[in-house]
Design a protein around this ligand. Structure first.
Ligand code: ADQ
Length: 483
């Protein structure tokens, strides 16, 4: 345990530290905080306590020394070798767990070597957390890459309060059960005091998995884990609460940005550059098979084909952020999406009238805010998505109460954003009708919906999320009593 003085009260453990190394022209290196809701949320809850963020700094090999970011956050890097990035991150996290946790949209790959790297890296994270945490500190572990960390930390430091939050869905037990290492993962999570999920359905899936696969019992949203597989109450018996605490975004921060004259002017300019269409349809996603980009393009292509929409009066813009390009399923998706865009444009674009503008690039927050403001219809059509922050960002940027959100019912966001135009992306006919309805509804109806959507995100913003999560962790039940 560290000396007093070095001790911290809140430890966040996430696969990635919220910084990127930038090399200046003179060769000096600097750490730039990567913008994002999680960082903002953590800044808001860490401001009052001493906090340390444990995670990978993004470069393989030896880890840099712990340092303080510009934002004031204490960062404690964990080392990953190139082989570990391949096996633990790209392999087990993104090619085994990700597909299983997203309804097996693509087939998961199982490799014992990947599992072994996952365990090793989780052990390293747990040891680092145990080394930096002060007596009785709170530990908040994030996401599917670190599911073994709660139990590993508890073994090393039983004095700590441990929580875990899952940013992605938790699958139904029928799918989760495919994992050869399903019991180890559940036991890893049951080392926590509180497990947070995006939806109560995800929390319910977790509780059911514990009952069916570990013979645990449960009461309401609390799992009673007897601590041993023989059904007896062992010394490690624990009560673990699993409940929904849906994540959100920094509403005030993003709205302020969207209101700046620069962003407003850029939004107008984007529309001009698109040829001043009457209607702009927009999609913004990481290029991931969970996001329903192919279903969306299929619907858009058919709307052009049916003659319901036509460029240059209606145009669409698809921004697809490069993602996980070393995983085969992602390379395959990219070529499929680009093939579809090519075919639609080949058939339905004209000189001066593009059917689908396609951008495979990353953008800054200002440009994203401007694109959201420039879009009449935002298409968020995932096949499965833990939450989907793009939907919340879009409504936040529409401070004019304009625009319309088409939102898949398979996102966590759909549970909260009830005033959106809801769709089932598998139903292409239904999706086309929903897009047309969102386009054709009167401005009064659209404004009413947008106001309701904005009210929801304004109230349930990311700062509220972080506070709620930490309260749930603090008040989670303690050890069961022995009879
Ligand atoms: P993601 O799957 O990455 O997150 P999402 O919630 O949509 O999905 O967040 C993506 C973020 O990247 C948004 O903030 C968006 O603005 C940004 N982004 C997208 N394209 C971009 C581009 N071209 N340039 C710059 N920024 C871009 C996971 C889960 C989600 C869950 C979040 C948070 O899969 O379900 O909502 O974590 O818990």
């Amino acid at each position: 345990m560290p000396e007093t003085g070095e001790r911290t009260e809140l430890i966040v453990a996430a696969n990635r530290l919220p910084v990127d190394r930038v090399v200046a022209e003179d060769g000096t290196t600097q750490w730039k905080t990567s913008p994002g809701g999680l960082v903002t949320a953590m800044e808001s809850v860490m401001r009052d306590r001493e906090g340390t963020w444990v995670g990978w700094a993004g470069e393989t090999g030896e880890a840099p020394e712990p340092f303080t970011a510009e934002s004031g956050l204490q960062l404690h890097p964990v080392a990953l070798s190139a082989a570990e990035v391949r096996d633990y991150y790209e392999g087990f996290s993104n090619d085994t767990l990700w597909p299983i946790y997203h309804d097996v949209i693509v087939e998961p790959t199982f490799h014992r070597r990947w599992w072994s790297a996952y365990r090793t890296v989780n052990e390293r994270f747990a040891q680092t957390v145990a080394d930096v945490a002060s007596e009785g500190a709170t530990v908040w572990v994030h996401d599917y890459q670190l599911q073994l960390v709660p139990a590993l930390v508890r073994d090393l430091r039983p004095d700590l309060r441990i929580g875990w939050f899952n940013h992605i869905p938790f699958p139904p037990v029928e799918l989760f059960a495919q994992l050869p290492w399903r019991k180890q993962l559940l036991r890893g999570l049951l080392g926590a005091d509180f497990l947070g999920f995006q939806r109560s359905a995800d929390a319910g899936n977790f509780v059911r998995a514990c009952r069916q696969l570990l013979d645990a019992t449960s009461k309401g949203d609390v799992v009673l884990w007897q601590g041993a597989d023989d059904g007896h109450l062992g010394a490690d018996a624990r009560m673990v609460r699993a409940a929904a605490v849906p994540i959100s975004i920094d509403f005030a921060g993003l709205e302020n940005l969207a209101k700046t004259p620069e962003v407003r002017a850029r939004a107008k300019e984007i529309r001009r550059e698109l040829g001043d269409p009457e209607t702009v349809l927009l999609g913004v996603d990481r290029l991931d098979y969970t996001k329903g980009i192919r279903h969306r393009l299929r619907a858009i292509g058919e709307l052009y084909e049916d003659g319901d929409i036509a460029p240059p009066k209606v145009t669409s813009l698809q921004v697809a952020t490069p993602s996980r390009e070393r995983v085969a399923a992602y390379r395959h998706l990219r070529s499929q999406v680009e093939g579809m865009v090519g075919r639609i444009n080949g058939e339905f674009s004209s000189i001066g009238g593009t059917a689908v503008h396609y951008l495979h690039q990353s953008y800054g927050r200002d440009e994203m805010a401007a694109m959201f403001q420039a879009a009449d219809i935002m298409l968020v059509t995932p096949i499965r998505d833990g939450m989907n922050l793009v939907a919340k960002e879009y409504v936040t940027c529409r401070h004019d109460n304009g625009g319309a959100l088409v939102l898949s019912e398979f996102t966590g966001a759909a549970q909260e954003l009830r005033a959106a135009y809801s769709c089932n992306p598998h139903d292409i006919v239904g999706l086309k009708q929903t897009i047309l309805r969102a386009m054709r509804d009167g401005p009064g109806e659209k404004r009413k919906r947008m106001r309701a959507l904005r009210r929801k995100v304004r109230t349930d913003n990311v700062q509220v999320w972080a506070t709620r999560y930490l309260e749930a962790l603090e008040f989670a039940p303690d050890k069961p009593t022995r009879h």
